[in-house]
Each structure stands twice: as structure tokens, then as C-alpha cells.
Design a protein around this ligand. Structure first.
Ligand SMILES: *[C@@H]1O[C@H](CO)[C@@H](O)[C@H](O)[C@H]1NC(C)=O
Ligand SMILES: *[C@@H]1O[C@H](CO)[C@@H](O)[C@H](O)[C@H]1NC(C)=O
Length: 169
């Protein structure tokens, strides 16, 4: 927890703190084509990988054995100015019915947890938008993407086009 806060502060300091006063509302887009846009793990190794196929380049995690119960990917730390944000992304979930993904805002309202529906399983890419609201005076946010793979080989979760928009959805 402490380490992540430090990482968050450093990332912001190096890229965005150079702007004086209130930065302009900004849209952050990540399609994983060039890099992971700061997506990282809270353990040593990120259990998601950027893969390329006919669907382009995206971030994926897959259970290879029964120890692969869950995989966490934490977004970069976003500097924000608007109180209401929209987190848009595409995702694909394959495998058994207990496989799902949750997204939680780190440090924000802990009760805001999005969870993929069972009906999204094996349906290919699905577009989703999540309304995000911040705490008063909150100027940074970060999202935790967790894949609950259940240790069943074949279960996979993929995400792409992760976009944080400075407005309501
Ligand atoms: C991915 O985003 C980069 C800029 O971040 C853009 O140049 C590129 O065209 C995008 N690729 C796709 C497939 O959308
Ligand atoms: C990583 O984050 C997830 C989700 O917040 C948490 O369940 C897990 O315990 C964390 N792992 C470590 C090693 O901190």
C-alpha cells in the first residue's frame, strides 16, 4: 500500500506536476500498442501481458494452472481535475462461469466496485463505461483491475482501450 502511494506520487511528479496551477481536464487513452501506460502489479511481476493478435494489441491474463487464482493490474496514477469521470474500456472474458473481472478505484470511494456480468462470458469484446466519482478535493486516482481466474486453465481476461474521460458517462 505504502509503496504504491509512493509510485503514484513519483509518476505524477515526473509527468504532470510541471504544469502550474490547475491543469486542463485531460482524457487519458491507453490502447497498449506502444507500452503498458503505467499498468503495473502490486507484486514483483505483472501477471498480465500485452499480446498481439487479429484483435490488435491488448492486455491479457490467463490461468495456466490451478495456482493462477487471480491477477491484479493497477493503472497508472491519473491526475484529474473534474469531480465526475468516466472510465471506458473494452474487455473480453473466456472460460468457465466463475471467471470474472472487478474494477475498483484505489483510494477513492471503496464501495464503488464494478464487476463483470456472467453474461459477458465468452461473448468476445464488450464495451463498458463506468461512472467514477471522486472524494471532495481528490486530485489523483488509480484503478485496480482484478481477474478472478479461479485457477482453471483456459480462463482468461483481456482489456483494451482503457480511457479515462473528464466528464460523466
Ligand atoms: C494507439 O494509440 C496511439 C497513440 O497513443 C495511436 O498512435 C495509435 O494509432 C493507436 N492504435 C490503434 C490501433 O488504435
Ligand atoms: C494486491 O492487490 C490486491 C487487490 O487490491 C490484493 O487483494 C492483494 O492482496 C495485493 N497483494 C499484495 C501482495 O499486496
Amino acid at each position: 500500500m505504502k509503496l504504491l502511494v509512493v509510485v503514484c506520487v513519483l509518476a505524477v511528479a515526473s509527468t504532470e506536476m510541471v504544469m502550474k496551477g490547475y491543469p486542463k481536464p485531460m482524457t487519458y487513452i491507453c490502447n497498449f500498442s506502444d507500452d503498458l501506460c503505467g499498468f503495473h502489479s502490486n507484486i514483483t511481476k505483472l501477471e498480465w501481458t500485452a499480446v498481439s493478435d487479429k484483435d490488435g494489441r491488448y492486455l491479457k491474463t490467463e490461468a495456466k494452472g490451478d495456482l493462477d487464482k487471480s491477477a491484479v493490474a493497477i493503472s497508472r496514477c491519473y491526475s484529474v481535475t473534474n469531480h465526475y469521470l468516466c472510465l471506458a474500456f473494452r474487455y473480453s472474458i473466456t472460460g468457465s462461469s466463475d471467471n470474472k473481472m472487478t474494477i475498483q478505484q484505489k483510494g477513492g470511494d471503496k464501495s464503488q466496485v464494478w464487476s463483470s456480468a456472467t453474461s459477458s462470458l465468452n461473448k468476445g469484446w464488450i464495451e463498458e463505461k463506468i461512472a467514477v466519482s471522486l472524494l471532495p478535493l481528490q486530485r489523483k486516482t488509480q484503478f485496480v483491475f482484478t481477474a478472478f481466474l479461479g485457477g482453471k486453465p483456459g480462463n482468461s481476461v483481456s482489456i483494451d482501450d482503457v480511457t479515462l474521460i473528464p466528464s460523466t458517462c
